[in-house]
Write a protein that binds this ligand. Structure first.
Ligand code: UDP
Ligand code: MG
Length: 317
């Protein structure tokens, strides 16, 4: 199998047939075999029913049906894991991304073997100034404090070599922030611009609070810089208290006014408080690392995995 096309789906009942037909149409002249791996991410509408209708057709497809909504990150992970192609593409179900571009990406990987991934990024996103400003801050912060490089505008719309896909699968951490993981695993990625179309049907699953939560996921997954904040404040507080103490000593030795009985108490409060914050910051650093490491929950739970593929007997739902 040359290519697997992974399609994460959450409440996409009106788009299922459309994306399927579009892929088949755009791929009709391609000279290699491919499969489509749909991941039904706990949709509350008839997405799964629509997906199962596709099993009747010739085109090899696989459907991974989640037990609940685990989020697009988990859906992409499941898709990569259940795919068997030499290349794996990820594409949204809402037709904002054109399947025809996947073929161009595959061709690029064939022609330029130094690359393991071709990723599409949106040059001009049609979004509000405020959202754009917040995203700017996020990218500046995370690129300043994380060793991993985050490319602004980079999407999940990409094609991987099997080797790189396997590395992403091997990075099986629970709190997934794929844009970071795709960069963290290394390899060479070629970025190409694309223009996202309007959503065919339905509405985007993103709201501002969800975007904020997503950005925080990225920060917590790829930098421990926030843990350094109490350490920084603590050290600053210690410094201020020491300067304060020196000032008081000098003042008392040169001045005839000696009315500072509360000042040593103030010094002690600031000094001990500062030390405590510093200690908490350092301990938090270790705790966070241990905490992330010990999470062993599965990234997703599939109720069933269904396929119409002839080879293998992996139909279990
Ligand atoms: N999606 C998913 N699980 C979710 C949310 C979204 O699998 O919890 C899928 C969704 O069906 C679509 C893709 O992820 O195929 C992108 O979602 P959406 O169109 O809402 O995001 P946007 O294009 O607005 O960034
Ligand atoms: Mg979309």
């Amino acid at each position: 199998m040359k290519l697997s096309v992974v399609v994460p789906c959450y409440n996409e009942e009106e788009n299922i047939h459309l994306i399927y037909e579009t892929i088949l149409h755009d791929f009709s002249h391609c000279d290699f075999d491919y499969e489509i791996v749909f991941v039904n991410d706990g949709s509350k509408d008839n997405t799964y029913t629509e997906l199962k209708k596709l099993l009747a057709f010739e085109q090899p497809i696989k459907i991974v049906n989640f037990s609940r909504n685990f989020g697009k990150e988990s859906a992409m992970y499941a898709g990569l894991k259940e795919s068997s192609g030499d290349y794996v593409a990820i594409i949204d179900a809402d037709l904002q991304q054109r399947p025809a571009l996947v073929l161009d990406m595959v061709r690029m990987l064939d022609d330029e073997p130094e690359y393991d991934c071709v990723a599409a990024y949106q040059e001009n996103r049609s979004e509000g100034k405020f959202i754009s400003f917040c995203k700017d801050i996020f990218y500046k912060f995370i690129n300043r404090f994380s060793d991993t490089e985050f490319v602004k505008g980079a999407s999940d719309f990409r094609v991987f070599s099997r080797k790189m896909a396997q590395s992403v699968i091997d990075a099986d951490e629970y709190f997934r922030f794929s844009k970071g993981l795709f960069s963290w695993v290394g390899y060479n990625t070629k970025f190409i611009p694309y223009i996202a179309d309007e959503r065919a049907n339905g509405t985007s699953k993103w709201s501002f609070p969800k975007l904020v939560a997503y950005a925080l996921d990225g920060i917590f997954a790829f930098t421990t810089a926030p843990l350094k904040i109490p350490t920084f404040i603590g050290l600053l507080s210690v410094l201020v208290s020491v300067i304060y103490l020196i000032a008081v000593i000098i003042h008392n030795s040169v001045s005839s006014f000696y009315v500072v009985t509360y000042q040593p108490v103030l010094f002690a409060v600031l000094f001990i408080g500062g030390l405590q914050l510093t200690a908490m910051g350092i301990a938090g650093e270790y705790l966070a690392r241990t905490y992330i490491q010990t999470k062993n929950r599965p990234i997703y739970i599939a109720k069933e995995v269904v396929t119409n593929k002839k080879e293998g007997n992996n139909i279990n739902g």
